[in-house]
Design a protein around this ligand. Structure first.
Ligand code: HEM
Length: 534
């Protein structure tokens, strides 16, 4: 029957005309009435009072007054680009997702971001970077909302407001903008030792990428793929930059922040404009979907864990090429709305408790940020697949829906588009995962308790210069803390990772190095974690 909505592009031509008014032969007001002057308000005589009846004045100033929308509550500063994703077909055995079949081209929009700074903050601060990709597939939108760091600070989304409150500028002075170098951040990450792994990555060179073009990207959580036969595989998603992984050194990062705070967004836009299109290979690590959802003793539902690539190699499944800059930052980069719940058949979620909270949070925040529930109709968010939903009306509705019976079944608008239980071909069907019998509890599993062995593996995998940079970063950041107790607690955390790391930072801070309070984990290095050789 086709889509029941009328596309906003079917609006009268007046709307298109208004959008390019400044290059037209004359200006109009928002109602299409031609203007003869936009530089003088209507007055009672050239030196007289301005008249309230001047609609053009009121409309112009009113619209300007409302130009700003709230910035994202996190990841406020970002830069985006359009591109194309071409799949190799190598994932076709594990997922039925149409865009991952052999040689399928899918348009994409990617937004890179810092997490903690405001919209106007500098690019080369030490922080995690967002790497969010919207695939406009033939089966609907799939969003992979990832970061350049493969683990997260917390294991349960209920703590997300807390870590962000700790990481955002102090409520009294509204400083600093950067992720670290402040007491609340270090207070949180030393009191919540599950944050140790992510913090260590941040203090490594990964926290100051050279360019968005030279960052890896990670889906972080474990996802579940489903193939045509209904078989499931657990996976972690990876983006590998064709240019390799490269970072700044701290001194460079600081100078660039002063000289060119737009360094990363300029680099991305300039490269694309020059035809040096950045590329990433998309890859998956695959794990058997066993009832315990662990791999080699690693809990796959714990987002503070990675699975070393030596244990589960990243298998390439496609190529992303960014080849077009946005023509309007607000319409595209600012209004784009990603969501971890935007899934397509063949890709499903797991019970990672961090992911569960994200499924709620993004849609919720976007209702405020984008002014109501109809932001999927904005051009940048519109699926390229046909839309035939029963969502109606609401703020900023631009579709003109036909028919009289937005409910099913109905006997007025040609019945209903599907019969429940039949015709599921192409539909998104949740995987029938068995939920073991359980008791309602507010607690984490014991398998979430090991907070130091993965950080230790990361440290042991670093080359000598990378270790030096990490010690330098901790020393600088902790040296900025006002509270001595926080510095001391941080040293205890570092002692539990590695004595050399702890001793280096303690020496820099002029404090004694404590002994480890837990036995040091017996782990092998993972050479793939080092940037050397990427
Ligand atoms: C925004 C990644 C955890 C809430 C973002 C963005 C990225 C991202 C890349 C920016 C999207 C864009 O460019 O528009 C991640 C990753 C996480 C994580 C990789 C952990 C694995 C969480 C959690 C919550 C959360 C646990 C809340 C419970 C938000 C919100 C936004 C956001 C509210 C702003 C969205 C918007 O305004 O459109 N996140 N995030 N995130 N994230 Fe997360």
């Amino acid at each position: 029957t086709g889509p029941a909505t009328v596309s906003p592009t079917g609006q009268p031509t007046g709307a298109d005309q208004a959008r390019m008014a400044q290059s037209g032969s004359y200006l109009t007001n928002a109602q299409g009435t031609r203007l003869y002057d936009t530089d003088h308000s209507l007055k009672a005589g050239p030196r007289g009072p301005v008249l309230l009846q001047d609609h053009h004045l009121r409309e112009k100033v009113m619209h300007f007054d409302h130009e700003r929308i709230p910035e994202r509550v996190v990841h406020a500063r970002g830069a985006g680009a359009h591109g194309v994703f071409r799949s190799y077909g190598t994932a076709a055995g594990v997922t039925k997702a149409a865009f991952l079949a052999e040689d399928v081209e899918t348009p994409v929009f990617v937004r890179f971001s810092t997490v903690l700074g405001s919209r106007g903050s500098a690019d080369t601060v030490r922080d995690t970077r967002g790497f969010a990709t919207k695939f406009y597939t033939s089966e609907g939108v799939f969003d992979l909302v990832g970061n350049n760091i493969p683990v997260f600070f917390i294991q349960d989304a209920i703590k997300f407001p807390d870590i962000i409150h700790a990481g955002k500028p102090h409520p009294d002075r509204e400083i600093p903008q950067a992720q670290s170098a402040h007491d609340t951040f270090w207070d949180f990450v030393t009191l919540h030792t599950e944050a140790t792994h992510h913090t260590l990555w941040n203090m490594s060179d990964r926290g100051i990428p050279r360019s968005y073009r030279t960052m890896e990207g990670f889906g972080v959580h474990t996802f579940r793929l489903v193939n045509a036969a209904g078989e499931t595989t657990l996976v972690k998603f990876h983006w590998k930059p064709k240019l390799g992984v490269h970072s700044l050194v701290w001194e460079e990062a600081q100078i660039i922040n002063g000289v060119d705070p737009d360094f990363h967004r300029r680099d991305l836009a300039d490269a694309i404009e020059a035809g040096a299109y950045p590329q990433w290979e998309f890859g998956i690590q695959t794990f058997p979907d066993t009832p315990d959802q662990t791999f080699e003793g690693i809990d796959l539902l714990d987002p503070t864990n990675i699975v070393p690539e030596e244990l589960a190699p990243v298998q390439p499944i496609g190529l992303l090429t960014l080849n077009r800059n946005p023509s309007n930052f607000f319409a595209e980069t600012e209004q784009v709305a990603f969501h971890v719940g935007h899934l397509v058949p063949g890709i499903d979620i797991t019970d990672d408790p961090l992911l569960a909270g994200r499924l709620f949070s993004y849609l919720d925040t976007q209702i405020t940020r984008l002014g109501g529930p109809n932001f999927p109709q904005l051009p940048i968010n519109r699926p390229h697949a046909p839309v035939n939903d029963m969502l109606r009306d609401g703020m900023h509705q631009t579709a003109v829906h036909r028919g009289t019976a937005p409910y099913r079944p109905n006997s007025l608008d040609g019945g209903c588009p599907f019969t429940p239980g039949a015709g599921l071909d192409g539909a998104y069907v949740e995987t029938p995962v068995r939920i073991p019998e359980a008791t309602k509890v507010r607690e984490a599993p014991e398998s979430f308790d090991d907070h130091f062995s993965q950080p230790r593996r990361f440290w042991l995998s670093m080359s000598a210069p990378e270790r030096e940079h990490i010690i330098g970063a901790y020393t600088f950041e902790l040296g900025k803390c006002y509270e001595q107790a926080i510095r001391e607690r941080a040293l205890q955390v570092l002692a539990n990772i590695d004595p050399e790391l702890c001793a280096g930072v303690a020496a820099g801070l002029g404090l004694p190095a404590p002994e480890p309070s837990v036995p040091l984990a017996d782990v092998e290095p993972s050479p793939a974690l080092s940037q050397v050789g990427h």
